[in-house]
Ligand binder design. Structure first.
Ligand SMILES: CCCCCCCCCCCCCCCCCCCCCCCCCCCCCC(=O)SCCNC(=O)CCNC(=O)[C@H](O)C(C)(C)COP(=O)(O)OP(=O)(O)OC[C@H]1O[C@@H](n2cnc3c(N)ncnc32)[C@H](O)[C@@H]1OP(=O)(O)O
Ligand SMILES: NC(=O)C1=CN([C@@H]2O[C@H](COP(=O)(O)OP(=O)(O)OC[C@H]3O[C@@H](n4cnc5c(N)ncnc54)[C@H](OP(=O)(O)O)[C@@H]3O)[C@@H](O)[C@H]2O)C=CC1
Length: 515
C-alpha cells in the first residue's frame, strides 16, 4: 500500500482553485488513490445561473472523473463546495462554513490565482498576494492543520537566469504594495506599474513572486511548502494521456497552429520548452503534502517541478512534432493548411505577420463582406497576435532551475510511492507525449470527433491546391507587371523563353535521330 495514499485517508482537505486546470487534476488523483479521504472542501465563486451542487456535478461529469466514479462511487458526497470569492474580505464565506473550515481542515492546497498576463495590478495583487495572506491567517486558526501547500510558478523569478529553490526578496515589500493599492486610484496604479514590476515580464509573474514573499513572512508556525511548476501541460499518463481543459500556455498556440491561423512565431528554436505534464505536478503536490505534514521541515521548502534540467526538449523539436501530428490527426475546418515556422528577429516576424497573418485575414474578411457576412478574421488575428506577443518572452529564453529538494523528496519515497506518485520526468518520451497532447487538444478542448479525420484530410488537400493555385496566380501577375515596366525583366524573360525553345528543339532533334 502506498504510504502517501494512506496518509490522505480520513483527511479533510481544502483546495482553492479546484475548478481550474490544476485543481481538477489534483482532486481526481486524490479521490482515485485515497477514496477513503473524509472530505474535500472546495472554495467556489458563485456563478450566475448555477447552484453549488450543479457546479460540482459539472466537474464530476467530465471524462476526467470517469475512473474516480468507479473507485469512489460516492465521490459527490465527499466534495463539499463552499461559496467563496477570494477577492472579498474573509472570502465572503458564511460564518457556519468558516467555522467548519477552521475546525476540520487538515491539509490546504492553495491553487487559486489569476494567471492572466495582462490583469490589472490591483486585481492580481488582490488574488495572488492579499488572498494568500488571508488564507495563511485562516490557516493559523486551524488547530488540525498539518500542511499548507502553496502553488507558485517556476517563472516567479524569471528575471533571473539561474533559479534556486529559495524565496527571493522582491524590491518592494508586499505589505507596502497592498497598503498603497488601497488608496491609489487606477490611473496612478497604471502609471507606476512598469516601475514596480521592473524586469519581470508581466504582472502575473511579479505578483506570484510577491505571493511567495507573503508566504515566507506570514508563515508563523505553520508547516508550509511552495511548489513551482514551469509551463503546465496536458496529462502524461493519468488518468489518461492528453487531458487539457483551457487555452492557456501552449494549448492556444497549438489550436491556432492546427487551425492554420498561426503560421509563424518569434521563438528561439533551441531554447528549452519547459513544459511539465499536469499529472506530474499533481503527484509532486501530493508527495509534498505528505512530506511536509509528516516530516515537518524546519523551514519553508520550495520545490521546482520542471523538465528542462532532467529531460530537456526544445521548441524546435516540439514544433516539428506538433506539425507532424497535424498531418496524422488534423483539426476540423482549418482556415489554412497548418504549416508554421519560427522567426528569429523582429524584422522577419513583422514580415510574416503582414504576409502570412494580416493579409490572409484581410482577404478573407473581403470575401465575407462580398458574400454578405460580417467580417471577423482581422479582429481575431489581431487578438491572436497580441496573445502570441505576450508569450514571446517565454519562448525566447531558457532558464536553469535547481531541483535539489524535488530530488531529495523523490529519494525519500518508497518504491511503491515512486510508482503511484511518479514525478520523475526523466521517463517522459516527448514525441509520444506531444502527439497525445495534440490529440487531447482536439478531443477535450475542441471537442472534435475522431470520425471527422478523413473529411478534415480532404479539406487539407483542397486547401493545399488552393494555396498552390493562389501562389502561381500571384507569381504570374507579379511577373506580368514586372515585364510591362522593366526592360531588364523583358530581357530575362526573352532569354528564358529562347533558352527553353532551344532546349526543346535540341531534345526533339536528338530523339528523332535515335529513331
Ligand atoms: C525544419 C522544420 C522546422 C519547423 C519548425 C516548426 C515550427 C513550428 C511552429 C509552430 C508551433 C507549433 C506549436 C508549438 C507548441 C508550442 C508553442 C509555444 C507556445 C508556448 C508558450 C507558452 C508560454 C507560457 C508561459 C508560461 C509562463 C508561466 C506559466 C504560468 O505560470 S501560468 C499559465 C500561463 N498563463 C497563461 O498562459 C495565460 C495567458 N493568457 C492571457 O493572459 C490572456 O488570455 C491574454 C493572452 C492576455 C488574452 O486576453 P484577452 O482579454 O484578449 O481575452 P481571452 O483570454 O478571452 O482570449 C482572447 C483570444 O485569445 C485566445 N488566446 C488566449 N490565450 C491564448 C493562448 N495562450 N494562445 C493562443 N490563443 C490564446 C483566445 O482563444 C481568444 O480567442 P477568441 O475567443 O477566438 O477571440
Ligand atoms: N497553468 C500553468 O501553466 C501554470 C500554473 N501555475 C499555478 O498553478 C495554479 C493553478 O493554475 P491553473 O489551474 O492553471 O489556473 P486556472 O486559471 O485554470 O485556475 C484558476 C483557479 O482559481 C480560481 N479563482 C480565480 N479567481 C478566484 C476568486 N476570486 N475566488 C475564488 N477562486 C478564484 C478559478 O476559479 P473559476 O473557475 O471560478 O475561475 C480557478 O479555479 C496557479 O496558482 C498558477 O499560478 C504555475 C505554473 C504554470
Amino acid at each position: 500500500m502506498s504510504t502517501i495514499a494512506a496518509f490522505y485517508g480520513g483527511k479533510s482537505i481544502l483546495i482553492t482553485g479546484a475548478t481550474g486546470f490544476l485543481g481538477k487534476v489534483l482532486m481526481e488523483k486524490l479521490f482515485r488513490t485515497s477514496p477513503d479521504l473524509k472530505v474535500i472542501y472546495i472554495l467556489v465563486r458563485p456563478k450566475a445561473g448555477q447552484t453549488l451542487q450543479q457546479g460540482v456535478f459539472q466537474i464530476l461529469d467530465s471524462k476526467l472523473f470517469e475512473k474516480v466514479k468507479e473507485v469512489c462511487p460516492n465521490v459527490h458526497e465527499k466534495i463539499r463546495a463552499i461559496y467563496a470569492d477570494l477577492n472579498q474580505n474573509d472570502f465572503a464565506i458564511s460564518k457556519e462554513d468558516m467555522q467548519e473550515l477552521l475546525s476540520c481542515t487538515n491539509i490546504i492546497f492553495h491553487c487559486a490565482a489569476t494567471v492572466r498576463f495582462d490583469d490589472t495590478l490591483r486585481h492580481a495583487v488582490q488574488l495572488n498576494v492579499t488572498a494568500t495572506r488571508q488564507l495563511l491567517l485562516m490557516a493559523s486558526q486551524m488547530p488540525k492543520l498539518e500542511a499548507f501547500i502553496h502553488i507558485s510558478t517556476a517563472y516567479s523569478n524569471c528575471n533571473l537566469k539561474h533559479i534556486d529553490e529559495v524565496i527571493y526578496p522582491c524590491p518592494v515589500e508586499p505589505k507596502k504594495i497592498i497598503d498603497s493599492l488601497e488608496w491609489l486610484d487606477d490611473a496612478i496604479i497604471d502609471e507606476i506599474t512598469p516601475k514596480l514590476i521592473r524586469d519581470w515580464p508581466n504582472i502575473y509573474t511579479y505578483t506570484k513572486a510577491l505571493g511567495e514573499m507573503v508566504v515566507q513572512q506570514e508563515s508563523r508556525n505553520l508547516n508550509i511548502a511552495i511548489i513551482r511548476p514551469s509551463i503546465v501541460g496536458a496529462t502524461w499518463q493519468e488518468p489518461f494521456p492528453g487531458w487539457v481543459d483551457n487555452i492557456n500556455g501552449p494549448n492556444g498556440i497549438i489550436i491556432a497552429t492546427g487551425k492554420g491561423f498561426l503560421r509563424a512565431i518569434k521563438a528561439t528554436p533551441m531554447a528549452v520548452a519547459d513544459v511539465i505534464p499536469v499529472d506530474t505536478v499533481v503527484n509532486l503536490m501530493l508527495a509534498v503534502g505528505w512530506y511536509t505534514a509528516v516530516h515537518r521541515p524546519k523551514s519553508t521548502l520550495v520545490y521546482h517541478i520542471t523538465s528542462g534540467n532532467m529531460n530537456p526538449c526544445n521548441w524546435h523539436k516540439m514544433g516539428v512534432q506538433v506539425l507532424a501530428t497535424f498531418e496524422k490527426i488534423p483539426f476540423e475546418r482549418p482556415f489554412r493548411r497548418p504549416n508554421a515556422n519560427f522567426t528569429s528577429n523582429s524584422f522577419t516576424s513583422q514580415y510574416w505577420n503582414a504576409v502570412s497573418h494580416r493579409a490572409p485575414a484581410i482577404i478573407y474578411d473581403c470575401y465575407l463582406r462580398l458574400t454578405g457576412r460580417k467580417p471577423r478574421m482581422t479582429k481575431l488575428m489581431n487578438r491572436l497576435l497580441r496573445t502570441v506577443s505576450m508569450l514571446e518572452y517565454f519562448i525566447n529564453r531558457s532558464w536553469e532551475w535547481s531541483t535539489y529538494n524535488t530530488e531529495m523528496l523523490m529519494s525519500e519515497l518508497s518504491p511503491e510511492d515512486q510508482r503511484v506518485f511518479n514525478f520523475d520526468v526523466r521517463q517522459l518520451n516527448w514525441l509520444e507525449y506531444i502527439e497525445n497532447y495534440v490529440l487531447g487538444v482536439k478531443k477535450y478542448l475542441l471537442k472534435e470527433d475522431m470520425a471527422g479525420i478523413p473529411k478534415a484530410k480532404q479539406r487539407l488537400k483542397r486547401l493545399r491546391n488552393i494555396h498552390y493555385l493562389f501562389n502561381t496566380a500571384l507569381f504570374l501577375i507579379a511577373w506580368r507587371l514586372l515585364i510591362a515596366r522593366s526592360q531588364m525583366a523583358r530581357n530575362v524573360w526573352f532569354f528564358i523563353v529562347s533558352f527553353c525553345y532551344k532546349f526543346l528543339s535540341y531534345f526533339r532533334a536528338s530523339s528523332t535521330l535515335k529513331v
